[in-house]
Design a protein around this ligand. Sequence first.
Ligand code: ZN
Ligand code: ZN
Length: 659
Amino acid sequence: MPITGLCISCEPSKLPLFPYGAAGSNNKSPKFRDPKSNKRFEIPNPKLDPQHSKTVQLQQGLESCSNIDELRQYHSQIIRLGLSEDNDAMGRVIKFCAISRNGDLSYALKVFDKMPHPDTFIYNTIFRGYVQFQLAKECIDLYLQMLQSCVSPNKFSFPPVIRACTFDNAIHEGKQVHAQILKFGYSSDGFSQNNLIYMYVSFKSLDEARKVFDKMPHPDVVSWTTLISGYSQLGYIDDARKVFDLMPEKNPATCNAMIAAYVQSNHFHEAFMLFDEMRSNHIKLDKFVAASMLSACTGLGALKQGEWIHDNIKKSGIEIDPKLATTIIDMYCKCGSLEKAFETFNGLPSKGVSSWNSMIGGFAMHGKGEAAIDLFKKMENESVPPDYITFVNLLSACAHSGLVKEGQYYFLYMVKVHGISPGMEHYGCMVDLLGRAGMLDEAMKLIKDMPMNPDVGVMGALLGACKIHGNIELGEKIGKKVIELEPHNSGRYILLANIYAAAAKWEEVANVRKLMNDRGVKKAPGFSLIEMGGSVNEFIAGGRDHPESKDIYAKVNQMLESIKFIGYKPDSDSLLQEITEEEMENPLFYHSEKLAIAFGLLKAKPGEILRITKNLRVCKDCHEASKLISKFFRQEIIVRDRSRFHHFKEGVCSCNDYW
Ligand code: ZN
Ligand code: ZN
């Protein structure tokens, strides 16, 4: 997460440009005493000095320069005035070139090289220019050159140099700069200290970061939030919270740092708890907190809470900018309410490309390929140019709906009409599309023709297709490759084991499991979440932590017995899907998803849809059972798994068993 507020571009311009003080109103030059000699001397009166008025004009011109060509003109006039070695005049030229948006760093460096005695301001400006272009080594080298030239750094010198050290992970140099800050007497400068905290966090030296923080007499919002996100980024969420709790006064910015830390580390419940705390302390909702909370709802699949946050956004009068709009649409899509997402999308006064993309992506994950294509056409009609992501989502929509012809068409269209060359993700979608449709040869050919090496996503898509179509030979070959590409992803081993299992090659199944064990690969524990009555309930496979687990297990048994009457046969090749090694004693009847459905059946009001979020891919057995449950109990169920949505209704799934 980018650390906000560490602005390194606020050094005020040096004033005045030339040593003319404020002029008196009369035309006589003011007289002063030289403090050393006690002799009177005269300060030239600008109104009497034609060169001065010229330089003032130039100064004003330089300030209002808008591009490098204009700047060059002013620069040549300054040279003509004989000021080519004047630090003040040239400092302004360098400032425009090095750090303004329309500048030119190489021009600044040329001017800089001609300066006989550049001052601290000029050095600082070049540091900032280097940092803007991430030229870390150049920045650090120039800092050394500055010290060697006996020019003292000031408090504006350190932040860019510290930044440069973080870019390059230059730990040794970073520590030296830290020492210099102390040596030059800037140990109480908050700006430099905040940058040091950020630097040590980026070096993963939390102890050092903490030492700097603890020595600050008055840590500000930036210091607190930098340290909080530092702890959470490095996985110490509890320590982050401890720091947060130490904060004497909390505001939306600091609360958001902690909420965002929770969301990013998947501690969604904690995010909600803190949000409640924040509200009871009457801390105002701002758009950043709103966005973090929407992400928490998305993570939990908590539609009701998401709607509530959305209402709060409207009530608080927070402006829904394109970024927030995208977050809202994304929340509705991922919490299973495509209708609400579309309503929000249609209600946007202006739609940025990211809003279109997330809506097309929403249709894709819900298996509504045609709707995604229609929306794409509308986007083109409204002259919104599609980008790389648009086509990733569009092709994924085709893949999830089995629209082979359309997918192939848009894969070419993207290049021909919009000049976007296909990247890894586009190839991944196409291999997925062709593979699912059983066109394994075409998928293989596409992979061969790729200009880059296929990544594990592309190969994984092919492996999935081999599983669906029972191609053991190819599946074995690809499966082994994929495992070597991602040796710690348990899902890859399980897919290969399942391919063997489908062919009844039990010895090979055992070998894959052994390999997994030998390498210490742990299966991600499967869990499912269901939101009921405004609170989110979590179930893990075979888990009995839920207070109503006795009733829930009884309901699972009754539920599965009932659907046997309409053809349910437990599927054994999925045994490896969700149960971890320790959980082998739990039969697949107690997969987290079935527990969540049973709980939903116990609690749902008539007509209420069960909305379940699952961290793994839905297994074949749960998929089959869910279809039959939707029929037997006349209960609509929407399950979001790792890659898409399944709407179970009246015995069929929206994915047409194509997932
Ligand atoms: Zn299952
Ligand atoms: Zn399905």
